[in-house]
Design a protein around this ligand. Structure first.
Ligand SMILES: [Zn+2]
Length: 247
């Protein structure tokens, strides 16, 4: 595995649209790379910008910090996409094949616990994310859409390793008051990391994750990485900034 994770940040394009600037989360943050008394530097304050990451998202998927600033260029569909039906779900959303074994185990154990998990979204291309973001803008207005939906290029779903779960037969989890309190949501919050999945946007962490609480959204990083992040007790964005910052 290459130790050189982000050889090139490539295109850096700060968005100047006044609507985005007006929506930026203004808060104090350490300069990138700053160290605090031998401790870890916190991630920078969330801002709406577009810094395109270099590197290969197919191989470095678990190392990529995607937020409201750092994102991916338009990328081809991963060549190893498979339907989540292969993991026992009743839908045909797509994930990369590398996720399948852990996703199957998660589904199997959730079912054994009497839970009816389903998958509401998984892989989304850059182009599809444009439609998703436009939908949320039309539904909520741009300022709120920015809090709940990633702009194209900034979604973890483009990696093919992120999954939005739901309760089978229930409403969309994002239309519920707090799906994290459902049996399925609570089980995932407790157990998903054992299968290599992390809750990217936990409650009360908006200033560090850059997005509102999303109890349904999990990103697969593999079991070893998930355990390491879990052990430090911080959101993935914070962990990645500590251990493999994109600059
Ligand atoms: Zn999601």
């Amino acid at each position: 595995m290459s130790r050189r994770r982000f050889p090139c940040l490539g295109l850096v394009l700060a968005l100047t649209a006044s609507s985005l600037a007006a929506s930026a989360v203004a808060q104090g943050g350490e300069p990138a790379g700053a160290s605090t008394g031998g401790g870890f530097a916190p991630p920078p304050a969330c801002r709406y910008a577009r810094t395109v990451l270099g590197g290969d998202p197919l191989h470095a998927h678990a190392d990529l910090l995607l937020d409201t600033e750092f994102g991916l260029p338009p990328t081809p569909d991963p060549p190893d996409l498979v339907s989540v039906r292969a993991a026992g779900f009743d839908s045909d959303h797509l994930v990369r094949e590398i996720v399948l074994s852990d996703l199957s185990a998660l589904k199997r154990d959730a079912r054994a616990a009497g839970l009816a998990l389903d998958v509401r979204s998984a892989y989304r291309s850059f182009t599809y994310q444009e439609q998703v973001f436009a939908y949320w803008v039309s539904r909520l207005g741009e300022a709120q859409a920015l809090r709940v939906s990633a702009r194209p290029g900034h979604s973890e779903h483009q990696l093919g390793t992120a999954v939005d779960f739901g309760s089978r037969g229930g409403p969309a989890p994002w239309d519920e008051e707090d799906w994290g309190r459902s049996q399925e949501g609570a089980w995932l919050a407790e157990n998903a990391y054992r299968y290599g999945f992390l809750l990217s946007y936990p409650a009360g962490e908006e200033e560090r994750t850059c997005y509102d609480y999303e109890p349904w959204h999990f990103r697969w990083v593999g079991r070893d990485r998930a355990s390491a992040v879990q052990a430090e007790g911080v959101p993935l964005r914070v962990w990645l900034w500590r251990h493999m910052p994109p600059r």
